[in-house]
Design a protein around this ligand. Structure first.
Ligand code: 13P
Ligand code: SF4
Length: 346
């Protein structure tokens, strides 16, 4: 039963003490967050991974986050992902072969004028690709800082794999839409309007299937039915949605904005369902809803549940570890160069 499972998780946590560390992303289910030693957004969890001395890190999040944790921890620390099916559809939209092919074609178009940046929501191989070329990883919390930094290094930026975070960030920094192109990894072509030479930001054609579900129709409906609602969305939402909202920001910024908002204020939030539900529970003094009334879960985040968490913990107890995430040394070495720049600018 659920009670028995919770009891076992508590027992194993007590038994291993400081030897065991359970980071949990804000999008995880309540039944998992309950046992997390640290909760946070991608950046906070990467920082926590870089800091922990625990031998076993049971990562409650998705695959790219566990890879990042493995890269940032020492060799003798073991990172476990409780369910290997917990991937990220956005990270899967850029594979290393497509990226290498794109780079060759882009070098032909633009010469050595580009710096590659990748959202942490990407495979370790893509992070290594960026690190090898002087680029960096970014998170939604420090994307502005990192894109600004990239422009001090090169004339152009290739932004992988989320076109929306890239577009929203570059636009905020003053790059007009006409100066952004979109790299289509299926047709291997650059989509742009106007002069090729004017393209300053090359956006990879990837997206988050959860955040794309918040639409301008949702906003129009809300503006006409509840005009006094403040709308805040994650920058993985489309440019149009971000422009029509009152505010946008990383998971951390959304949480802090609602925390600091006055009692009685009204909010519609455009981000993942588990987090929105938790914010609603934590702020009974405010009127909070999801911007999309259908609520948008991240199905892969949700694959981590109490039975999988217990399964991972029992594997440590039995000495027969399951689902260890282990990034190959030659990839980790290059990826760390990209991650270190992000952490230095956190
Ligand atoms: P952050 O945790 O950086 O806000 O990213 C959101 C997300 O989609 C994580 O997968
Ligand atoms: Fe990936 Fe989107 Fe899920 Fe985050 S919310 S893990 S970006 S699919």
């Amino acid at each position: 039963t659920e009670e028995e499972m919770k009891k076992r998780v508590t027992e194993i946590k007590a038994k291993f003490g400081e030897e065991l560390f359970i980071p949990g992303h804000h999008y995880q289910k309540d039944e998992v967050v309950e046992f997390a030693d640290s909760t946070g957004d991608s950046l906070q969890l990467a920082q926590a991974a870089a800091y922990t001395t625990a031998t076993y890190i049971v990562f409650c999040g998705v695959h790219f986050m566990a890879e990042t944790a493995d890269i940032l921890t020492k060799k003798d620390q073991v990172v476990i992902l409780p369910d290997m099916r917990a991937g990220c559809s956005m990270a899967d939209m850029a594979d290393i072969y497509q990226t290498e092919r794109a780079w060759v074609k882009l070098l032909n178009l633009f010469g050595d004028t580009m710096l590659p940046l990748t959202y942490v929501n990407s495979t370790a191989a893509i992070k290594a690709f960026c690190g090898e070329r002087g680029g960096a990883t970014v998170t939604s919390s420090n994307a502005h800082k990192m894109v600004e930094w990239a422009f001090t290094k090169k004339e152009r930026v290739l932004f992988l794999p989320d076109q929306h975070l890239g577009r929203n960030t570059a636009y905020d920094l003053g790059v007009p839409l006409e100066e952004m192109g979109v790299w289509n990894p299926i047709t291997d072509t650059l989509e742009y309007e106007g002069e090729l030479d004017n393209v300053k930001v090359i956006l990879w054609k990837g997206h988050c299937s959860v955040h794309e579900k918040f639409t301008i129709e949702n906003i129009e409906h809300l503006r006409s039915t509840k005009p006094d609602m403040n709308i805040i969305v994650h920058p993985e939402c489309t440019w149009e949605v971000v422009q029509m909202s009152d505010d946008s920001g990383s998971t951390k910024k959304i949480i802090e904005t609602i925390e600091n908002a006055p009692s009685g204020s009204k909010w519609a939030i455009g981000t993942e369902m588990n987090l929105v539900n938790r914010i609603i529970q934590q702020h009974p003094d405010k009127e909070i809803i999801s911007l999309n009334p259908n609520m948008c879960p991240c199905l892969t985040m949700n694959r981590i549940d109490l039975p999988h968490l217990l399964w991972a913990l029992e594997s440590i107890e039995n000495g027969d570890i399951i689902n260890q995430i282990s990034v190959e040394d030659y990839i980790a070495k290059q990826a760390i160069a990209a991650l270190d720049k992000m952490l230095a600018n956190a």
